[in-house]
Ligand binder design. Sequence first.
Ligand SMILES: [Zn+2]
Length: 360
Amino acid sequence: VMLSLRLPRVFTINQVPKVFHEDSIISGYRHPRSSATDCILSLFQLTNETLNIWTHFLPTWYFLWKLVSVVLIQTAWQDSFTWPLLMFLLSCCIYPLASSCAHTFSSMSARARHICFFFDYGALSFYSLGSAISYSAYVFPDKWVNGVFHQCYVPIAVFNTVICTSIACYSRLGLPYWQYNHDTIKRFPECQSPKFSKYLRVFAFAYPYLFDHIPLFYRVFLCVGEGCTDNDTNILHYYHIALALLTGFLFATHLPERLAPGSFDYIGHSHQLFHVCGILGTHFQMKAIEQDMVTRRPWLLEHSIPITFSHSLGAALLCVVVNLIIILLYSLPLRSAPACQEKKHDKQPKKTSAKVHRCC
Ligand SMILES: [Zn+2]
């Protein structure tokens, strides 16, 4: 049965164009011009992307189940107090889904790979806004509720998604039309200085995370005395923060495969661990947000800024529209890119790789 399925073969790092290379991963690469069917088949074949896909595909269903149960059981639509939770849960469904799709279809072509990860970055930005919307509604320490920072917090978070999606997309190819278009590529930041490109991306994700967490860090690490909201939920927030630190560490260091290139190609490389820690962190973050929402509800309803459309659904909607426009701007110049593309669905990618190397 296995033989009759004829699973597509996998390649080593030297057989695929540079744009597909992953740091310290030597084998298990899919064909750089895979068909969509081959990409989907690769979910059931062990390649270096298989566990990257599953570690975000399964959690998508877990968060979707959470979202649906909140909508149906708590009839959330009638109660504006739960809207921020809904936006957070929606963002928790979208980012793993976008990521698993990006990892699935990223081996169709160099263009497809860039576009896939543009969407992945946009989804991560949306998740940072989902966190900010729910923190504004349920997590702000008593002391800061209704203050100037609280009033500006969600609008700044919306603005941050624009900055961060733009920077993350920029880190791959530079500016659309200016530095690359369908036939000329003047500069590829990722090829010319992969380190700088990596720093840009770390900044693009760390910055909104740190901004979103200013009120929480103040609440759990700095605040003393009255109005610090020192409750049972803090322990859940600690778990989430610890896992977020570990997630960032794995992304930045590429451990463990850095220590033994080629040994973790299929199982156990940093990107898989990064996905798992990220999801576990999101799980504890969700638990913490839910618990703060339930226990602080009466106090917040009385003292906090009222939860309006513009501070929840409206902000999320604006973020989606603006970020889709950004992704479109970065993707459009690639739509008919023949420049760096191999011609056919060639079973032997080695032949074309030299040509592709030059423009990445
Ligand atoms: Zn990923």
